[in-house]
Design a protein. Structure first.
Length: 498
């Protein structure tokens, strides 16, 4: 039985991690029961019922609110069926293995790439054999001692079977999101080593990708089979191999299968593509791309170990995607260790200038979130950041949760105010270009009144007596955070970001 805990936000399709784990198990003859809050609305009742004769319960866990349901379910299962092995996996369990395994309701952890490790674990449990020697596994032995087996060599993902999409009905997820979507991953890993990123810890900077023909053939078969409209690619950095990306786009066009797709990447890769290649992406169905730009200050980018990224690449990325008609979102990290007020305001001004020039640009700002295992943790501890001391404490660390001691009081209030003006300016710019008689007179008038003074405040970094914010709130909501993957609004209030 595999469980994906509920999370905030609309689903992007069935939980891909569970579908990937299920395939090798099915091929080996195991029966797999998938459980999430959409497949099984009464998921706790379903899990407790199925637990009575299950071989194991596997739970995929992300840092943040995801943890709450995982802990609650695990405790309930242990109380009812103490002998059932509960196995955690996923990002959080892999990055905070020792701490997670100390919990009495967790029996084992599948670390990193889990398909083959979970399969071997299931086979050992089914045959009654010892778990010693299962590479990539951490577990408690018969004496309750924690054992960490060596890492499992990373498998070429082309050797792994396709995710078990047939286990989840897309109609269920379409009812929740309003779109028939199918989550897809064509590659894992990123070659960069950004100091705040968990990907480099999880995948060891290795780019592990499907062959072009596999991607094209699978999508050409899956999209019509399930009547899919939208395919979000979960790749960490899709354009690492630009020739491969272009070949995939050409293959999709040649297949004749029509659908929209999105991906995430970094601006340095797209900036190196020709205008023709970017247009080719759009022709194949790409309508949105998310970029981890993070800051427009080269000094802050250096602190993040993002020396490969430059502001001119951000501008070039905006220009080329605008020509191709692709909407983009620039992620922004605020409050990074060592970032000054001057550097933060520089980011707001530069990003505003880019958005003024190119109407396809939106932003997703977030407070720096210190996830487990990231390289910068020793420095964070020296600066007074308290690392959660238990699995349950990590539940409160959602994206944008502010646990930074240097971002308090007046400093935080000033950040919030400047961020509100930055987002309001971007929304005014976007909507002014779209003004028609269909937009209410009051809203059109407010936008015209606010435009110049808001731009002046951002240019001068002056935010006292925010009458523009008070006026704007009377007629409309400002979009404060967007999904980096799809570009859709995620939150309604700036305070939710901070």
């Amino acid at each position: 039985m595999l469980f994906y805990p509920p999370y905030d936000g609309p689903p992007l399709g069935a939980p891909l991690s569970l579908l990937c784990l299920a395939s090798p198990l099915l091929q080996a003859g195991f029966e797999v029961k998938l459980v999430d809050n959409l497949i099984s609305p009464n998921y706790e009742e379903t899990i407790l019922r199925e637990a009575k004769d299950a071989l194991l319960l596997g739970i995929s866990v992300l840092t943040g609110p995801h943890i709450g349901a995982a802990v609650r379910i695990s405790k309930a299962v242990k109380k009812q069926t103490p002998s059932l092995p509960i196995v955690f996996g996923g990002w959080h369990a892999s990055l905070a293995t020792q701490q997670t395994l100390q919990e009495p309701y967790v029996d084992a952890i599948v670390r990193g790439q889990g398909e083959l490790t979970l399969l071997e674990l299931a086979q050992r449990l089914a045959s009654g054999n010892s778990l010693h020697g299962v590479r990539g596994l951490s577990f408690k032995d018969a004496d309750g001692q924690i054992v960490h087996e060596p890492e499992r060599p990373v498998a070429d993902i082309n050797t792994l079977p396709a995710p078990a999409y047939h286990l989840a009905d897309p109609t269920i997820y379409a009812a929740a999101s309003g779109v028939r979507q199918l989550a897809y991953t064509s590659s894992v890993g990123c070659p960069y080593q950004c100091n705040y990123c968990t990907d480099m810890v999880f995948y060891k900077r290795r780019f592990n990708a499907y062959r072009v023909d596999r991607v094209v053939d699978e999508l050409a078969e899956l999209v019509p089979r399930y009547n899919i409209e939208h395919v979000p690619f979960f790749d960490s950095n899709f354009l690492v191999d630009r020739k491969r990306a272009v070949a995939i786009a050409k293959g999709i066009i040649a297949s004749g299968v029509k659908f929209q797709w999105d991906f995430q990447t970094s601006t340095d890769f797209l900036a190196l593509m020709s205008e023709e290649e970017v247009r080719l992406l759009a022709e194949s169905g790409v309508h949105h791309i998310g970029f981890g730009t993070e800051s427009a200050s080269q000094e802050v980018l250096a602190l993040m170990n993002k020396r490969f990224q430059h502001v001119d690449q951000m501008v070039e990325t905006a220009r080329k995607t605008n020509l191709a008609g692709i909407h983009i979102v620039f992620n922004i990290i605020l409050g990074y260790p060592g970032e000054s007020e001057v550097q933060r305001q520089q980011t707001f001004r530069v990003m505003s200038d880019i958005a003024k020039e190119y109407s396809n640009v939106s932003f997703s700002p977030n407070i720096f979130t210190p996830y487990p295992g990231i390289p910068i943790w020793p420095q964070l501890k020296e600066m007074g950041v308290r690392e959660p001391q238990s699995l349950e404490e990590w539940e409160t660390l959602a994206l944008g949760a502010n646990v930074l001691p240097w971002l308090r009081g007046e400093e935080l209030r000033r950040l919030q105010r400047s961020l509100e003006y930055f987002l309001l300016n971007n929304q005014i710019r976007k909507m002014t270009t779209k003004m028609t008689t269909k937009i209410p007179w009051a809203r059109r008038s407010v936008r015209r009144i606010l435009g110049a003074p808001v731009r002046w405040r951002i240019g001068k970094s002056r935010y006292s007596f925010p009458w523009e914010l008070w006026l704007s709130r009377t007629v409309e909501k400002v979009v404060t955070r967007r999904s980096l993957l799809t570009g859709q609004p995620l939150a309604e209030r700036t305070q939710e970001v901070c």
